[in-house]
Design a protein around this ligand. Structure first.
Ligand SMILES: C[S@@+](CC[C@H](N)C(=O)[O-])C[C@H]1O[C@@H](n2cnc3c(N)ncnc32)[C@H](O)[C@@H]1O
Length: 247
């Protein structure tokens, strides 16, 4: 007689996750770059919407913008469309070539090897989705503090009350085209990010995380519980800040 089948309890997140993973895999197998997958495009739009819901870009209009860890530079397309002077960088030469092929100013910048202050004169650094892919996140923020008046920062984080960093290994190969160049990533706590930004010279560090930025696998309105986790119910915990040197 066949053994009785065990009831498997599937919570809401696992019911969501399976089709999502299959969809992402199908998009990748069809030859799409990760940055053109539906969830990525969603994340670009929601994060930009969150940014413009909280800041007035107008006073920064004359600033030279450097985008780091740009991927294909879709986020800074919005800045370029608004007339900003934007240069985009990524640690992966193939992404930089793709940006240049669509007429964008771009060059290779591995943030674990060089500071943004070594990259030229820029006033505003756009660093969305890259801090948590770095093995040297502190050096990166310090280098921003040496050159930028404004740092627009968005990253995955861990839910810890203390200023701590969790180190993690990230995938390489075809699965890692948007992941850490060095293979080592991190999940800093919000307290770590804010302290490091302040220590790096940004006297104003404003948390602008809000549900406007949420997308299918990223949440900004998560409840702090000090559990140390960086993913809850299948969704990554994220934060967004506007950091400024006002003096
Ligand atoms: C998750 S994607 C973010 C893309 C885009 N900024 C966004 O938020 O949609 C991370 C990007 O950081 C780049 N990256 C990873 N490690 C890097 C490093 N050490 N220096 C510069 N870029 C890096 C990856 O190649 C990838 O394009």
């Amino acid at each position: 007689m066949a053994p009785p089948r065990r009831a498997v309890r599937r919570d809401a997140s696992s019911r969501l996750r399976a089709p999502f993973t299959v969809r992402v895999l199908a998009e990748r197998l069809s030859g799409k770059s990760p940055f053109e997958a539906r969830y990525y495009r969603e994340s670009q739009l929601t994060r930009l919407a969150n940014l413009v819901a909280h800041v007035d870009l107008e006073p920064w209009r004359s600033m030279k913008v450097l985008e780091v860890g740009a991927g294909l530079g879709h986020l800074s397309d919005a800045f370029a469309q608004l007339g900003f002077d934007v240069t985009s960088t990524d640690g992966r030469p193939e992404h930089v070539e793709a940006m240049k092929a669509r007429g964008r100013k771009a060059f290779v910048l591995d943030l674990d090897k060089a500071g943004v202050d070594e990259a030229g004169d820029f006033d505003l650094v756009l660093a969305f989705g890259v801090l948590y892919h770095l093995a040297q996140p502190e050096q990166f923020l310090q280098s921003c503090g040496r050159c930028a008046k404004v740092l627009l920062l968005e990253t995955a984080v861990c839910d810890a009350a203390d200023p701590v960093i969790k180190w993690i290994s990230e995938p390489g190969g075809w699965r890692g085209k948007d992941q850490a160049l060095s293979g080592q990533g991190c999940r800093p706590s919000p307290a770590w990010v804010e302290k490091t930004c302040r220590d790096s010279g940004f006297d104003s560090v404003r948390d602008i995380s809000s549900p406007v930025g949420n997308w299918v696998v990223g949440a900004f309105d998560w409840e702090p519980k000090d559990t140390g986790e960086w993913r809850r119910d299948g969704v990554n915990l994220r934060k967004m800040w506007v950091c400024e040197q006002t003096s």
